[in-house]
Design a protein around this ligand. Structure first.
Ligand code: ADP
Ligand code: MG
Length: 297
C-alpha cells in the first residue's frame, strides 16, 4: 500500500505539491491523473526516494520513505517518465545489470520469468536501441519488476506509444495489477477509464478529486441535461414551470433541459397531462472527459 500524508514540495518559488494526502490500498490500480505540470512526476519521484519532500510523510507497505533510503525502494518497482534505458545494452544484459542493485536470488531464472511476463520473448535477443518504443516500455516494466515489488509506480507508461502499443501495454499493466498495487500517472482520462478502478485527480499540486472511476461524476455537483423530443413543439412556459428546471434550449420540437435534478418522471407526467407525445427522452451524463476538464481548468 501507499500512504501519503500532507506532502508539500516546492522548487524554488514553484509549488509543485501543496499538502497532498491519499491512501492506496493493497491490490488497487489507481490512476494519478492531471494535466502537464500538475505535480505527478514530482510525487512519484518522492515516493521512490529520488527527491526530497519539503514536509509531510509517505509510507510504502509500512516502511517510511526517505530520500536515498533503500528499505522502501526495495518494495517499489518504478518506471520513470521517458523510461531512460541503456540503448547499447542487450535486453538480458540490461536486466542483469539492474538486478545487480537488488538482493535477487537466481537472477537468470528471474530474468527469463520477467521476459515471459512482459511479453518480451520475441525481441529479447536484441539491443534495446533496436526495439520499438512499445518493447522498450516492456523492458522498463520488466526492470521495475525485478525486486518483485508489492507496489508498482509507473510514470506516464503509454505516452509516446502508437495505438496498438498503447493497448498492449495497458493490457500488461492490467494483468500486473491483479497481483500488485499499481499507481500510474497519465494526462489522459481514457487511460484511467481503460485501466484503473479509481482516479486521483491532481491539478496545480492539489488533489481535486479522489473517487472510484464509476463515481467521479457524483463528486461534482453537476446539473442534469435532459433531451426531450416531442412530436410537435409544445408550450415551453409549462415545461419551464417544473421545479428544478434551470434552463431550456429549443430546436424545433427538441428541448434540451438543464435541471438541478433528474426530472424525467415529472416531464412524462406533464406531457401526459397535456397530451404531448414524447418521441424520445434521454438523460445525458457528462462524460468523464468533461469532468476532468471541469476539475482542471
Ligand atoms: P507533471 O509530471 O504532472 O507534468 P511535474 O511534477 O513534472 O508535473 O512538475 C510539477 C511542477 O513543478 C511544474 O510546474 C514543473 O515545471 C515544476 N518542476 C518540476 N521539476 C522541476 C525542477 N527540477 N525544477 C524546477 N521546477 C520543476
Ligand atoms: Mg510528469
Amino acid at each position: 500500500m501507499i500512504k501519503v500524508e500532507s506532502i508539500t514540495k516546492t522548487y524554488g518559488k514553484q509549488k509543485a505539491l501543496d499538502n497532498v494526502s491519499f491512501f492506496i490500498g493493497r491490490g488497487e490500480i489507481v490512476g494519478f491523473l492531471g494535466p502537464n505540470g500538475a505535480g505527478k512526476s514530482t510525487m512519484m519521484k518522492i515516493l521512490t526516494g529520488y527527491i526530497q519532500m519539503d514536509s509531510g510523510k509517505a509510507e510504502i507497505s509500512g516502511v517510511e520513505v526517505k530520500k536515498d533510503d533503500i528499505a522502501s525502494r526495495f518494495k517499489i518497482g518504478y518506471l520513470p517518465e521517458n523510461n531512460p534505458l541503456y540503448t547499447d545494452m542487450y535486453v538480458r544484459e540490461y536486466l542483469r545489470f539492474v538486478a545487480g542493485f537488488y538482493p535477487v536470488d537466481h537472477i537468470n531464472a528471474r530474468i527469463e520469468e520477467l521476459i515471459e511476463i512482459t511479453g518480451l520473448a520475441p525481441e529479447s535477443h536484441k539491443k534495446i536501441g533496436a526495439l520499438s518504443k512499445g518493447y522498450r516500455q516492456r523492458v522498463g516494466i520488466a526492470q521495475a519488476l525485478i525486486p518483485d515489488p508489492e507496489v508498482l509506480i509507473l510514470d506516464e507508461p503509454t505516452t509516446g506509444l502508437d495505438p496498438n502499443q498503447i493497448v498492449e501495454v495497458r493490457d500488461l499493466i492490467k494483468n500486473l495489477g491483479k497481483e500488485k498495487t499499481v499507481m500510474l500517472s497519465t494526462h489522459i482520462m481514457q487511460e484511467v477509464q481503460a485501466i484503473c478502478e479509481r482516479a486521483i485527480i491532481i491539478n496545480k499540486g492539489k488533489i481535486v478529486a479522489d473517487a472510484p472511476v464509476s463515481k467521479l461524476s457524483q463528486q461534482l455537483n453537476k446539473s442534469f441535461n435532459i433531451r426531450v423530443e416531442f412530436e410537435v413543439a409544445i408550450d415551453e412556459a409549462k415545461l419551464g414551470s417544473l421545479g428544478s428546471v434551470l434552463d431550456i434550449e429549443t430546436s424545433g420540437s427538441v428541448y434540451n433541459i438543464k435541471a438541478s435534478n433528474d426530472i424525467r418522471k415529472e416531464i412524462s407526467r406533464l406531457a401526459a397531462g397535456n397530451d404531448w407525445l414524447i418521441l424520445s427522452m434521454s438523460l445525458e451524463q457528462s462524460s468523464l472527459e468533461d469532468i476532468f476538464r471541469e476539475l482542471t481548468k
